[in-house]
Design a protein. Sequence first.
Length: 122
Amino acid sequence: MLLSVHPRFATAILAGTKTVEVRRQRVAAPPGTPVLLYATAPTMAIVGMARIASVQVASPREVWSASRASAGISRREYDEYMSGATQASVCRSRNRSRSRLRFRWPRCEPLDRSILSRAIGI
């Protein structure tokens, strides 16, 4: 699975200070799924890997209550991101590591995630 996040969130995930990622849509990946962390502009690179420890799908209010201490975002940022959402997912991560390989896409085109996953062996 490829997870696209802002560079500050990628840094926090890899440092272990952000152990959950919240999403507006249901995340359909089981525990143990490998995740490639793609840091968006200006980094535009795969910066590390993690594994999904668990996924919880609930209302945005319930997800905030369960994840606010580990999400690495303010309540204001969360509310802006979740505006209009009827459900949310929270993914807990484990086994985080920085990538020894650095893939960059300076002029990023839509990416076929299955091809990328096969190319780097996950």
